[in-house]
Design a binder for this molecule. Structure first.
Ligand code: SF4
Length: 64
């Protein structure tokens, strides 16, 4: 599974990439490799538990 807010984009409006890059539609930025482990739910990471962008988008507090 991957986060529903993750997209792969082949350019940023001014450049085309050789390989599509991960983009977060909530943060409206490209995702760094460390973050992508959360986005793609590797290593038992989970957007709902581990991503502040996801939690803010869903209106979740950290003590929930
Ligand atoms: S940064 Fe967070 S909200 Fe954005 S795609 Fe990754 S897990 Fe989802």
């Amino acid at each position: 599974m991957t986060c529903p807010h993750l997209e792969y984009r082949e350019g940023d409006g001014s450049r085309e990439f050789e390989t599509a890059r991960a983009f977060c539609t909530v943060a409206e930025r490209f995702v760094q490799p460390v973050r992508a482990d959360i986005c793609t739910e590797r290593y038992d990471l989970d957007p709902e538990a581990d991503c502040e962008y996801f939690r803010e988008h869903e209106g979740l507090d950290w003590d929930e």
